[in-house]
Design a protein around this ligand. Sequence first.
Ligand code: CUA
Length: 333
Amino acid sequence: MHCKKRILRTLLNSLVVALPAIVIGCHENHNQSMLHPAGPAATHIAWVWWFLFVVCTTIFLSVILLTAVAIWGPRSTTPHESPLGNRFIIFSGIIIPGFILIALLVVSVRSQVVLGMPNTELTIRVTGHMWWWEVEYPELGIVTANEIHIPVGQPVRIELISADVIHSLWVPNLQGKMDLLPDKVNATWLLAENEGVFRGQCAEFCGVQHAWMGIEVIAMQPDRFAQWTEARRSPSRVALSKSEQHGFDVFFKVACHNCHAIDGTSALGIRGPNLTHLASRRTIGAGLLENNHGNLSGWVANPQTAKPGNLMPRTHINSVDLRSLVEFLETLK
Ligand code: CUA
């Protein structure tokens, strides 16, 4: 009797544990969800997920049912003769699991084919850093950070490498995970069927700010993508106001250029993100904060408040210099 109660309690406990996950999983925000695919790779992965979910749920419920029958069901009066028992073992112990394993093998082999690298015309190189993403378009001469812009309807080759520890690129609406290793170039691909912004996330624990190593894939119509690449290929050129010019001088005075590059200037640092078109990016701190005046000022003043442990130290500058510096950064459209 004691044992039956324990089994019941265990079942109830697992339901209580599973409930929050089910509720969160059904939340209406479809971004960063592999169950709301926006490209062919993710569509296949979602299909495999549902297939495994149905198979495993069926097995789980069958086992629960059989356990209940074993505990509460009728007992045989002649325990040593059981032809039904033997047939049951052959079917549910050999034949059915055999079919399931073969089905899983077929699905697995099929996935290798569907998720294989297609022919691509554009290559983007993504380098993982603790804790941000460097994004290069080697054929186009563009370097940016924490955003991957791609044209809609075209498969794009993504080459992955790490500058430090192992990271993993995961943009669930578009593709499965792929690791970024320090000593080997991995490759994956992205194809978005429609315009949109798809959030991604580092999926391999890489240190204290792993959870805030976000990235966005921005899929744009091919003509808009062409405009975007054209605008990014040359440094932003605007006539600086007096205060912005002062900010430009502050940038070098406090040695921002040791870690950051701005094309068209003598800032050539490579330890931090390239800032050439910083003002046109959607976020700062790798998906951490919306890129607006207040957040940028706070970030420049002390990045350790928003993202403790990141490589950028606190800048010890007065409020006038800070305001000018941020105004200058905001000209980098
Ligand atoms: Cu990079 Cu986790």
